[in-house]
Design a protein around this ligand. Structure first.
Ligand code: GH3
Ligand code: MG
Ligand code: MG
Length: 456
């Protein structure tokens, strides 16, 4: 090992590793590597201690030697698997024992690394088991999506684009050559060009940013990109020969995700890039999911609140009408009580889908407001148009023809709708509009359900 600089990868920092190794020299080497990656390491020296330690404390991953006294690595793994099927267990095998790989997998291990440990392989393996699919937890109903997405991620990571910003052609060359097999490469030799590319219609997925450049330095480029909503979510990794802690702190404080020192060690650059790309995609996905209703997959209440604020402001500024439609399924409690909650959920999914299909303008929003209630935001839409759209929505659900023998208004599922629309002159007026649509909905219920009522 010649690289003595810190080699931490942000998403791995602090993860708890149980190192099981009887040979003191191997122990010291592995522990030194892991500690420098800022992992939290616990060392035990035989299989039996490993099993006891696993019962006593929580770990994220086990690195397990094979040949050890008392219990060997295979036996220890078999015992651990009886009470913990999830934790990744990586065999540490001597080079001469690669044929034992099969045996390692059969005993319940997930993977193997050959000794002497190669830093790049160790990092890649840890990143694979600790970051992919595990780094971010998601609500149970979204887990499937995450899993599918992270499979897709691994396929598409190759296609991601990296923008290299450096005024020294030799640096650009080294990085571009080292990364071109995994990424599309964009290059900028100064800050202005970098900003232009980041704002273009083909922005990069990640930026490697030199600090010392003529005209505009890397810090300033970073500040500008982070202050612009269009570019603020692109991860930035600073690349610089400046080795002082202060510079690193400054870069990270400006919103960079990581910091790589020159001269680069390409396997580390690649490992870090891979991790940040994976995280970025997951963050984007979670961001999307946090605005989506888990059951019906239409916009959720949070998305509604954000869009309502934005559109209310826009309508107020432009002197436009803002239209709102509140929607509630008729006699839905009786539907649930008689057909069961599962059928109730199915019904909600179908109704939401049919309603969402009717909302086509890009500035409009259909959302689940809560329970069996939905809402539509219609910017720049006058009362007459709102009433017409509401009627279209009513008909769409009517035509689904979902049997509801316990409804007092029909033999199938129906909805009631309340509409409102006004020229918006103040924020309070926009808020009042929601109550007016809600009161109109109440009127529709009072007047017999399965109908549209407009605000007074
Ligand atoms: P009304 O015609 O006056 O609207 O009567 P209603 O029965 O539809 O209204 P109420 O507010 O009394 O009942 C709403 C019911 O919606 C209560 C609950 O069982 C059901 N509901 C709310 N959220 C969900 C959901 O996520 N899944 C299911 N299956 N049912 C839900
Ligand atoms: Mg209700
Ligand atoms: Mg109802």
């Amino acid at each position: 090992m010649t690289v003595e600089a810190p080699i931490a990868i942000a998403p791995l920092q602090g993860r708890r590793i149980l190192l099981v190794e009887d040979n003191p020299v191997n122990q010291a080497v592995a522990q030194a590597l892991l500690s420098r990656m800022e992992l939290s390491v616990t060392v035990v020296s035989d299989g039996e201690q490993a099993v006891e330690m696993m019962k006593a404390a929580d770990f994220d991953l086990i690195l397990m030697d094979i040949q050890m006294p008392v219990l060997d690595g295979y036996q220890a793994t078999q015992q651990i698997r009886q009470f913990n099927t999830d934790i990744p267990i990586i065999a540490l095998t001597a080079a001469a024992m690669v044929e034992d790989k099969q045996k390692a997998l059969a005993s319940g291990m997930n993977d193997h690394l050959s000794k002497p440990i190669n830093l790049a392989k160790l990092q890649a393996t840890l990143a694979h088991y600790l970051v992919d699919g595990r780094e971010l937890s998601a609500p149970a109903s979204s887990q499937q999506l995450i899993t599918t997405e992270s499979n897709r991620l691994q396929e598409t990571t190759k296609m991601a684009t990296v923008l290299i910003v450096d005024d020294m052609p030799t640096n650009v060359k080294v990085l571009a050559n080292g990364l071109k097999n995994e990424y599309h490469i964009q290059v900028a030799s100064n800050g202005a060009k970098a900003i232009e590319i980041a704002r273009s219609s083909t922005p990069p997925d990640l930026i490697l940013l030199d600090i010392i450049m003529p005209d505009m330095d890397g810090y300033e480029v970073c500040r500008r990109l982070k202050n612009d909503a269009q570019t603020s979510s692109i991860p930035i990794i600073f690349v610089s020969a400046l080795g002082e802690a202060l510079d690193e702190e400054k870069g990270l404080n400006l919103g960079a995700v990581d910091y790589i020192s020159k001269p680069f060690h390409l396997p580390i650059v690649r490992a870090r890039l891979r991790n940040h790309m994976t995280l970025k995609r997951k963050t984007d996905l979670l961001e999307d999911m946090s605005h989506m209703d888990g059951l019906t997959h239409v916009a959720n209440r949070r998305q509604f609140d954000e869009t309502f604020e934005k559109e209310a402001q826009r309508c107020q500024r432009d002197g436009h009408y803002l239209g709102i439609i509140m929607i509630d399924i008729d006699y839905f409690k009786l539907f649930n009580d008689n057909y069961g909650h599962g059928k109730g959920d199915d019904c909600l999914v179908k109704v939401a889908g049919a309603l969402n299909n009717q909302i086509r303008r890009s500035s409009d929003l259909f959302a689940r407001y809560g329970g069996e209630e939905f809402v539509v935001i219609l910017p720049d839409t006058q009362p007459k148009e709102v009433a017409a759209i509401a009627e279209k929505l009513r008909v769409a659900v009517d035509q689904l023809n979902i049997t509801h023998e316990f409804s007092a208004v029909s033999d199938h599922v129906t909805i009631s709708l309340g509409g409102a629309s006004e020229l918006i002159e103040s924020h309070q007026q926009a808020l009042d509009l929601l109550s007016k649509a809600d009161q109109a909905l109440y009127q529709a219920k009072e007047m017999g359900r399965n109908r549209v009522a407009m605000q007074k």
